[in-house]
Ligand binder design. Sequence first.
Ligand SMILES: [Fe+2]
Ligand SMILES: [Fe+2]
Length: 200
Amino acid sequence: MADGHGAAPSAKFTQMLDGTQEDWDIIAKNARAFNKGLAKRVLDHLRLLDGDFGGYPIDRLEHSLQTATRAHRDGRDEEYVVCALLHDIGDTLGSMNHPDVAAAILKPFVSEENLWMVANHGAFQGYYFFEYLGLDKNMRDQFKDSPHYQRCAEFCHKYDQAAFDPDYESEPLEFFEPMVERVFSKPKNSMYLKAMKTAE
Ligand SMILES: [Fe+2]
Ligand SMILES: [Fe+2]
């Protein structure tokens, strides 16, 4: 039976109960190499938004680029710009909760305030259209006591709700790729962090 792994060493266990240090040395080595490709995988997933209009004047990739470009040109730092670029990456797999998906991907790599902004932008963005869908446009008010309320309101006002202009000239995705690489190369919070740092 072909195993598809060629000559690469692999763990011997068939259930984790039987795992050995040798098995896990092999798996950890693979994981460290695999993790280095995370930024590229995230960018590949973002590209799935290309051509996805959903009735909007521009497609979702263009909206992402425009949001990030507006933030960048307004002088925002790299981490913020990467959050702006990826804020809607969850549209494909999280149609009912897209901000949660972006937040989960960004969580190990960004500050608490940027994470909060991404995780909650859906309710804040609703200020600009929920009334047209029979929803409460002031849904964001539930967060009025949060220290991050203003940051999220500003993100939506200045960059997200403003990024549907077909005539705006955004930077291409390649412009942001090195930023994504840098942000995703420095995890801050992860239960795997210690394991990923050993034997680098
Ligand atoms: Fe969104
Ligand atoms: Fe958006």
